[in-house]
Write a protein that binds this ligand. Structure first.
Ligand SMILES: Nc1ncnc2c1ncn2[C@@H]1O[C@H](COP(=O)(O)OP(=O)(O)OP(=O)(O)O)[C@@H](O)[C@H]1O
Ligand SMILES: [Mg+2]
Length: 153
């Protein structure tokens, strides 16, 4: 029996989260009501006149062994969602849980151990991928460096 799901975000951006499930298991990542609103400021006093609701209420879970594909038009909030999950951006609202731990508002030092497990490969291949290496070497680098440098403590 197939366990594939399609989850539509509730905003008007038109993005779609498509989950291709291969295995049942523990929830690795749980995102609840995630929001990011960027303020729009105008005038000499830079008063806030509105907000870009880049991410406006996303809910999904990813279990161990699952792969989640996010598809949507340019500007619908895919990269912002990635930055929120990796905590490169501070969410306006909602919650991100990784391995059962609420990481939504963790500080830099508390996030450090998680950085080994949650990473982002940026979209621009010229800035994110070194042409001297194969894709296999680049994608495998975090796990091989992890294997060769055991955690302190
Ligand atoms: N730092 C920021 N300040 C203000 N607005 C921003 C900021 N970052 C993103 N946005 C806006 O948020 C919206 C979502 O942008 P985002 O980059 O997440 O889209 P995307 O789905 O990744 O697009 P693409 O497919 O082109 O990469 C856009 O309207 C964008 O202009
Ligand atoms: Mg993007």
């Amino acid at each position: 029996m197939s366990d594939d799901k399609t989850v539509s975000t509730p905003d008007t951006s038109g993005s779609t989260l498509t989950k291709g499930s291969t295995a049942d298991g523990d929830v690795l990542l749980k995102v609840t009501g995630l929001q990011k609103h960027f303020p729009i400021r105008k005038g000499l006093l830079q008063r806030q006149t509105g907000a870009v609701r880049a991410v406006d209420g996303i809910d999904f879970e990813v279990r161990k062994g699952e792969t989640l594909g996010v598809v949507g038009e340019s500007g619908c909030g895919k990269s912002t969602m990635g930055r929120l999950i990796t905590r490169l951006l501070e969410p306006t609202g909602g919650q991100v849980e990784f391995e059962g731990k609420d990481i939504t508002h963790l500080g830099v030092s508390d996030l450090r151990p998680m950085r080994r497990d949650v990473q982002m490969i940026f979209q621009d291949p010229y800035s994110s991928l070194n042409p001297r290496h194969t894709i296999g070497t680049i994608v495998g680098a975090p796990s091989s460096s992890r294997a060769s440098s055991p955690r302190a403590g």
